[in-house]
Design a protein around this ligand. Structure first.
Ligand SMILES: *Cc1c(COP(=O)(O)O)cnc(C)c1O
Length: 362
């Protein structure tokens, strides 16, 4: 088998080796089926079992009760930027958005096309290096919903607990930290997440929606943009991403086998600490972007003194088998994305590399 390198890509991103190996082994023919997952009908009994098991495993991992529907849609998290306001903003046609990074700004942009949108808080003047405090939120108790981004993939900040929104439904873009820990789904009206960061391949987006909110989806909406239609058709109004759903199913089984989300969270904290400790103990050679109490467990962002030095580190790291450490093109610097599937050993090895780089260049 070919050697694998350390993959710090922000997304599409690393997947568990066990999942890749199982998918590879069964790609020619699913056991007992004689056909590949890439070749079977989404209306077949085999696929029905795959999608139902994926849903059931998500329910177990997150303790999701029967008040919620689980959907696997297409169009990425970016289509949810439109579907959320189109479905949930009426009839009041007003919503609150909390801006903590580029993705929340993109969500806001689409919501503005639908109704009156208020910015409930923004940390843009701090270069999005922190999460706002509850006391900073200017919330309208009569809004249709409040939208926030649980983990800011580009800036490396993450909410430690949900914003309190009273009776106003909370809507969350959890694309880059879904399933990194157990959350209380009951606090949410709707959660959406593109799979390609922490759950599976690109091409499928998980949506968890509280059933009562489906009443807001007007019949006048375009069919493919209507949550109610997707629920009525169990995510199969049209052909879904069958392969994507299959891989999400393997990932949820992998999580269950490895102790569930509490065990995953513990490991994620340990992994992030290895890298943050290295940054904090570097006498300022490495500078973390996020304020300490807002640090993400999934995307660690940091800078060096000059862009030149950053380029040097990235090129030497790449040569040493650490791929994808370049920060997002909009902010520069460095970013290590260390999702669930990223091994602890990779962080230990990266820190050795970073210390050596500092002693040569510091
Ligand atoms: C990657 C990302 C998106 C965009 O996802 P697509 O599936 O490419 O549309 C949206 N929100 C967050 C938080 C992301 O990390």
């Amino acid at each position: 088998m070919q050697k694998r390198i350390y993959n710090f890509s922000a997304g599409p991103a690393i997947l568990p080796e066990d999942v890749l190996l199982e998918a590879q082994e069964n790609l020619f023919s699913l056991p007992g089926v004689g056909m590949s997952i890439l070749e079977i009908s989404h209306r077949s009994k085999t696929f029905d079992k795959i999608i139902e098991e994926a849903k059931a495993d998500l329910k177990i991992l997150l303790d999701i009760n029967d008040n919620y529907e689980i959907l696997f849609l297409q169009g990425g998290a970016s289509l949810q930027f439109s579907m959320v306001p189109l479905n949930l903003m009426p009839p009041k046609n007003k919503a609150d958005y909390i801006l903590t990074g580029s993705w929340s700004k993109k969500a806001l942009k689409e919501a503005k096309r639908v109704g009156a949108v208020k910015i409930a808080a923004s940390t843009e003047e701090n270069k999005f290096n922190r999460i706002p405090k509850q006391s900073e939120l200017n919330l309208d108790p009569d809004a249709s919903y409040v939208h926030f981004t649980s983990n800011n993939t580009i800036y490396g900040t993450e909410w430690k607990s949900e914003p309190e929104t009273g009776n106003v439904p909370l809507v969350c873009d959890a694309s880059s930290d879904m399933l990194h820990k157990k959350i209380d789904v009951n606090k949410y009206g709707l959660i959406y997440a593109g799979a390609q960061k922490n759950m599976g391949p690109s091409g499928v987006t998980l949506v968890i929606i509280r059933k009562d909110l489906l009443e807001r989806s007007a019949d006048s909406l375009h069919t493919m943009l209507n949550y109610k239609i997707h629920v009525e058709n169990n995510s199969m109004y049209n052909t879904p991403s069958t392969f994507g759903i299959y891989i999400i199913g393997l990932v949820t089984k992998w999580l269950k086998k490895n102790g569930g989300l509490d065990a995953m969270y513990k490991t994620n904290k340990e992994k992030a600490e290895i890298l943050y400790n290295c940054i904090d103990n570097s006498n300022g050679f490495y500078k973390g972007h996020a304020q300490k109490d807002s640090r993400s467990l999934m995307n660690v962002t940091f800078n060096l003194a000059t862009e030149e030095l950053e380029k040097k580190l990235i090129s030497e790291a790449t040569a040493a088998g650490f791929d994808g450490l370049k920060g997002h093109r909009s902010v520069g610097g460095l970013r290590a994305s260390i999702y669930n599937a990223f091994p602890k050993k990779g962080l230990e090895d990266l820190v050795v590399f970073m210390k050596e780089f500092q002693s040569k260049n510091g």
